[in-house]
Design a protein around this ligand. Structure first.
Ligand SMILES: Cc1cc2nc3c(=O)[nH]c(=O)nc-3n(C[C@H](O)[C@H](O)[C@H](O)COP(=O)(O)O)c2cc1C
Length: 208
């Protein structure tokens, strides 16, 4: 069945984290991922900086190993932390689905690792301009993926084990990982805007 393309507003408000509804069995053509990355390359990039680097992992053994590292990092992130009480239903569902993703990440057909190049250790001080060169492109990739029928989730848990990931994927020093985006066709097509705090709780007019 043909569906109408999403409007820009619908795309921006209905691109949700997809975890339980990632289709782990349907292969994703590399050409489709490349098309989404070409779109993402149009994101803003700090002047004089190298744009985002993309490491696309499709090899099953490498994905499995990356999945193992992610699972271990995710477990470290939660170890010793009492499950938070007083969560809303949406927050509880989000944590549960994150735990599900940690179990299956290595089975997701495509894992896209977004990196930024400095050629040196991360600089001290405010790094907004550095990460600002990478992170908008990551979101553009997720939006492009959604508009091409793919589901994604922003993940960062693996960064606790960044060196182990770098060793696995032969990432040289001076290249810094920013986000890991599991990518697959999604099961089902209904996506709704997320619940967010009212704008007036975060909007400051003229002064804080
Ligand atoms: C900086 C950042 C890091 C995140 N890290 C993870 C992660 O490691 N694992 C995960 O499952 N989701 C991760 N998420 C996704 C959030 O948990 C997600 O935005 C949240 O579940 C809300 O879901 P929504 O897209 O439906 O609003 C991350 C999101 C951001 C922006």
């Amino acid at each position: 069945m043909l569906t109408a393309p999403l409007t820009a507003d619908a795309l921006l408000t209905r691109t949700r984290s997809v975890r339980r509804r990632l289709d782990l069995t349907r292969p994703v053509p590399l050409s489709l991922v490349e098309e989404c990355l070409r779109i993402a390359q149009q994101a803003p990039c700090g002047s004089g900086r190298t744009p985002a680097h993309w490491l696309v992992v499709t090899d099953p053994d490498t994905r499995a190993e990356l999945g193992r590292i992610y699972r271990s990092a995710f477990a470290d992130q939660w170890s010793g932390r009492v499950p938070p009480t007083g969560l809303t239903g949406a927050q509880r569902r989000s944590i549960d689905s994150a735990a599900y993703l940690a179990q299956v990440l290595g089975e997701v057909p495509v894992l896209v690792l977004a990196c930024v190049e400095t050629g040196a250790p991360l600089p001290p001080g405010n790094q907004a301009a550095l990460w600002g060169t990478l992170l908008p492109a990551v979101w553009s990739y997720m939006l492009a993926a959604r508009s091409h029928g793919l589901g994604t989730t922003w993940t960062a848990a693996h960064l606790r084990h960044e060196k182990e990931v770098a060793d696995l994927l032969a990432i040289p020093e001076g290249i810094h990982q920013g986000a890991l985006i599991p990518t697959a066709y999604h099961l089902g097509t209904d996506f709704h805007p997320a619940s967010r705090p009212p704008l007036n709780t975060t909007l400051h007019l003229d002064r804080w």
